[in-house]
Design a binder for this molecule. Structure first.
Ligand code: AMP
Length: 287
């Protein structure tokens, strides 16, 4: 595995890989790697069927543009030694670990990408500017790497929808893959932020996925009123844990619009605080 901090070094290696006829795969992350990240690498290798054909680039960049002023940018876990070992073992070809200076050499970027409406709801309503930061950095990475394929986790479902819309609206030539959420054995979605949880919070956190599944079962059994689903999930979380609910929503999974009556492809999405840790999760299903 090669590792570089520099855009120029990355581009040189991509150029060589392209000359060898390789398929360029990009997996953007913020590091503190876990099996959710590494499964995407394994999947990119496996899908290919031939280890030699894909060239897998993983980026690790804690992007200041997507963090609000009082958010966890400074304390976000960073450990490049551990991450590079895990990335190498998983089969990454090139690890791109730019500094903030490399990505934003003029300080602030005057150009940003705003995918309106769908960036302002759900997580976006409590984290103004977050998806603008995400879309901008992903757009920059796409321009730097020009990947054939890019992987994003379904765990950050709204992020995927925002990026998908950006790709469509701006005619970006890339195939996006929404990778299913990888979970701990007790159902908690793997996340770098799980490391913030105290042992009591960690014990209670699986209620998030349990409540989502309960909501999903109600829908598959025929419940069509979004409020019934939302109330059931909120009750379950607040009675069974100390989690503070930020939102629970039932939305059309394609465009994130609300339902009068639930039908078609549905995403139940939520954000819950355990102490000072904000956890998100979702479940996708057909009504
Ligand atoms: P992050 O490092 O948290 O920004 O995540 C980098 C990428 O990995 C994003 O596309 C996430 O959606 C994805 N990801 C994070 N956690 C998981 C998980 N538990 N399962 C699958 N993908 C994930």
């Amino acid at each position: 595995m090669k590792i570089t901090e520099y855009i120029s070094g990355l581009r040189e290696n991509i150029h060589l890989a392209r000359e060898q006829g390789k398929i360029i795969v990009l997996i953007p992350t913020m590091g503190h790697l876990h099996y959710g990240h590494l499964s995407m690498v394994e999947n990119a290798r496996k899908d290919d069927g031939d280890r030699e054909k894909v060239y897998i680039i993983m980026s690790i960049f804690v992007n200041p543009l997507q963090f609000g002023e009082n958010e966890d940018f400074d304390r976000y876990p960073r450990n490049l030694v551990r991450d590079s070992r895990l990335a190498q073992e998983a089969g990454v070809d090139m690890l791109f670990v730019p500094s903030v200076q490399e990505m934003y050499p003029d300080g602030q970027s005057l150009t940003t990408i705003n995918v309106s409406r769908i960036s302002e709801i759900l997580c976006g309503s409590k984290r103004p500017g977050h998806f603008q930061g995400v879309a901008t950095i992903v757009n920059k990475l796409f321009n730097i790497v020009l990947p054939d394929i890019a992987y994003f986790g379904q765990k950050d479902y709204q992020q995927f929808i925002v990026i998908n819309k950006m790709v469509k609206d701006l005619n970006i030539l890339v195939q996006l893959i929404a990778f299913p959420t990888v979970r701990e054995q007790d159902g908690l979605a793997m996340s770098s932020r799980n490391s913030y949880l105290s042992s009591e919070e960690r014990q209670q956190a699986p209620i998030i996925y349990q409540s989502l599944r309960e909501g999903a079962v109600l829908i598959t059994e025929g419940e069509t009123d979004p409020d019934v689903i939302i109330t059931t999930i909120k009750d379950r979380i607040s009675k069974g844990s100390k989690g503070k609910i930020e939102y629970v929503e039932v939305r059309n999974a394609h465009n994130l619009e609300r339902f009068e009556k639930i039908e078609g492809t549905v995403v139940i999405s939520l954000a819950v605080w355990f102490g000072s840790t904000r956890l998100i999760d979702n479940i996708l299903l057909e009504a």
